[in-house]
Design a protein around this ligand. Structure first.
Ligand SMILES: Cc1cc2nc3c(=O)[nH]c(=O)nc-3n(C[C@H](O)[C@H](O)[C@H](O)COP(=O)(O)OP(=O)(O)OC[C@H]3O[C@@H](n4cnc5c(N)ncnc54)[C@H](O)[C@@H]3O)c2cc1C
Ligand SMILES: Cc1cc2nc3c(=O)[nH]c(=O)nc-3n(C[C@H](O)[C@H](O)[C@H](O)COP(=O)(O)O)c2cc1C
Length: 612
């Protein structure tokens, strides 16, 4: 299949072959089908296949109902996704396509567009929910989560449900949102169709299995129900989706790799420019770019030596035979630490320190945050087989980077602002997987596999007159560069206020000249800077926000949107607390009222975060 400007260019040859072979279609029908199919995205094609299947199952003589966007006959499966960065949404879309292809009437909806009271009218619901913050629901599911928890759905005795929770086992509240939904639905009297799935970072395979099981169960359950007499009903997805995605990334050319921190900075931040030419990939300010990478060969050799594995041993990856060395370079996660490896390596080598860690969840979490696979293996020399090592490791996952450009300005390029992860472990240099791949191992002119992860939870206001406050210290500046490029080309009249911070003005003022130019042109109305180490006491963006609290509150009262991007562990929490204090002080509210005010901003999508 070829892909041209957002539409699938269906392989005409294939359709013609169909007509010539055992196909029941005549040439004219093939021609019509080719024309229609060329208009559709990959997701829409998957839906159409289910739709036609549904029609084919109807008794002869009954006219096919037209596909409707929102109608919902009895016996329809509803899939609800709650997603921050797109993973849960992607799993839900695959689930939808699977259900559709199996002739199940299915509706896909975001938790943000779904009222809990509707649950009463449902018979079968599957929820795919990721966890955000510290055990919190994704932004667009906050309200849904709150209302379901408060029992606003009422009695749900007539509902059968299934839940996939997506998460990361390195977090304390692993898959909490999925667990919450499971608990709340069960409390309301709904019956589980199948057990909840808690899926870790490498979620694809287990989700695929669970989805097939869920669809089979729903299909059986709906047999004979009214919905089997109607065609599948789904809203056609908004806009065409690209053929390139996480599973099928685009091989893009790296155009520019430029250090944007000074020589004396203690951090290495790079500006990357990547060409999307030749792909149909498009993005909006607020979206992220997914980047696949390969591991450093020297690191791979060190891991093999430490675990006692012969580099030339063969293993099977994706049904192909490769050497374990090749597998470690391309397919397995070596630069992060994770509990499953510690556990497995402890068992295989009987390492006392690792055995003790496995017994202490909090200590294990802390240890994993500060040790990569090589460092974990360094606790004990191994004598593993290639298969044992392979089975202990997690599959490699791509990293996301907030896009730092607007297509209105850079057209078919995409820009990133990447902090390269570099640190020392026992006097040896260690690097992050993707950031060091981009910075050190990928040459300009070389190819990198990328995809766009759309993020509707981080968007400029639809109204160009609306003012915005942007808080983006460090690499958190990235999406705000995109915001300003977009607002510049759109001549947006809303006011723009940037809070930026980093250690030193002279070394770490990312994109300094561009901000100065925007101030001069009048696009950037205010800029508040916090260079933390340029004076005795540390000053961060949250201090600057508090200092300017009266005006921040005034902007909010006048309808401004408030954005935060960057570090989730400390900065985003401190900024959140500062925001509540500002509203309390300058809005003359109690802490409780101020918290409600800030919560309401979030629900109204006027307070959006892109934190990591
Ligand atoms: C939605 C989203 C947007 C993002 N946007 C950006 C962005 O715009 N710019 C950006 O730079 N990043 C961004 N990130 C983060 C990015 O995705 C990666 O997580 C980051 O680049 C690190 O990935 P890596 O592969 O280089 O490092 P990894 O291979 O993930 O290595 C990190 C691991 O190294 C170890 N480690 C790290 N530091 C230390 C230390 N000091 N001591 C001991 N061990 C350590 C830990 O085990 C840690 O897990 C974003 C993330 C998300 C989810
Ligand atoms: C800022 C941040 C906070 C997270 N917090 C949690 C958490 O508390 N518990 C958990 O299990 N996973 C947590 N995760 C991991 C995500 O749930 C996981 O990456 C998931 O696949 C994301 O799915 P989504 O893209 O649909 O949002 C967090 C991820 C990020 C970036």
């Amino acid at each position: 299949m070829l892909y041209v400007s957002g539409k699938v260019e269906v392989n005409v040859m294939l359709l013609k072959e169909l007509a010539a072979s055992a196909s029941p279609l005549n040439e004219q029908q093939v021609h019509k089908l080719t024309q229609v199919a060329a208009e559709l995205s990959a997701t829409q094609l998957a839906w159409v296949s289910g739709y036609f299947y549904g029609i084919s199952q109807q008794p002869a003589g009954i006219a096919a109902p037209a596909p409707q966007a929102n109608a919902q006959p009895a016996g329809t499966l509803t899939i609800i996704h709650a997603s921050q960065t797109g993973n849960a949404k992607g799993v839900a879309e695959e689930l939808q396509a699977k259900a559709s292809a199996n002739g199940v009437a299915v509706k896909l909806v975001s938790a943000g567009d779904y009222k809990v009271r509707q649950l009463k009218k449902e018979t079968h619901v599957l929820i795919v929910a990721s966890t955000n913050g510290e055990g919190e629901a994704p932004d667009d599911a906050i309200q849904f989560h709150k209302e379901l928890k408060a029992g606003k759905a009422g009695k749900l005795d007539g509902l059968q449900y299934g839940v996939i929770g997506l998460g990361d086992s390195s977090y304390e509240f692993y898959c909490q949102t999925g667990k919450d939904f499971d608990e709340y639905l069960s409390k309301a009297g709904a019956k589980p169709l199948l057990g909840r799935l808690d899926a870790d970072v490498d979620y694809e395979e287990v989700c695929e299995k669970w989805s097939q099981e869920a669809v089979d169960l729903v299909k059986d359950a709906l047999k004979g129900e009214a919905a089997n007499d109607v065609a599948p009903v789904v809203p056609l997805t908004e806009g065409a989706t690209s053929l390139y995605n996480k599973k099928h990334p685009f091989a893009a050319e790296l155009l520019t790799n430029q250090a944007i921190t000074g020589r004396d900075s203690d951090r290495d931040v790079r500006h990357f420019e990547i060409s999307l030419e030749g792909s149909d990939l498009t993005y909006q300010p607020g979206d992220a770019l997914g980047v696949w990478f390969s591991n450093d060969e020297q690191l791979v050799d060190a891991v093999l030596a430490q675990t006692g594995v012969d580099a030339s041993s063969e293993v099977i990856v994706n049904e192909q035979t490769v050497t374990i060395r090749e597998a470690l370079i391309n397919d397995y996660e070596l630069t992060q630490g994770y509990a499953s490896f510690v556990q497995s390596y402890a068992e295989l080598t009987d390492a006392p320190k690792l055995r003790a860690l496995v017994e202490d969840k909090a200590a294990l979490r802390e240890y994993c945050a500060n040790h990569q696979i090589l460092d974990i293996a360094r606790e004990q020399q191994g004598a593993l087989t290639a298969e044992q090592l392979q089975a202990s490791l997690r599959r490699l996952t791509p990293r996301l980077y907030s896009i730092a450009s607007s297509q209105a300005e850079v057209e078919d390029e995409v820009h990133l602002t990447v902090g390269v992860v570099r640190f020392e472990q026992d006097s040896e240099a260690r690097n992050g997987g993707a950031s060091a791949y981009l910075a050190d191992r990928l040459e300009e002119g070389g190819q990198v596999r990328v995809f766009v992860e759309h993020n509707d939870n981080f968007r400029l206001p639809a109204n160009d007159d609306t003012s915005i406050i942007m808080v983006g210290p460090g690499t958190g500046i990235a999406p705000f560069r995109a915001f300003m490029q977009e607002r510049d080309t759109r001549d947006a009249s809303g006011q723009n206020w940037l809070f930026f911070g980093n250690p030193h003005f002279t070394q770490d003022f990312l994109y300094q000249l561009e901000w100065q130019r925007y101030v001069k042109s009048g696009l950037l109305n205010k800029i508040s800077l916090a260079f933390s180490r340029d004076q005795q006491e540390k000053i961060y963006v949250q201090h600057k926000l508090r200092e300017q609290g009266a005006e921040v509150y005034e902007w909010l009262e006048q309808g401004a949107h408030f954005y935060v991007c960057g570090d989730a562990n400390k900065m985003a929490k401190d900024v959140h607390d500062a925001l509540i204090d500002i509203v309390a002080e300058h809005g003359k509210k109690t802490q409780e009222q101020a918290t409600e005010y800030v919560d309401a901003l979030r629900v109204a999508k006027r307070y959006q975060r892109d934190v990591y």
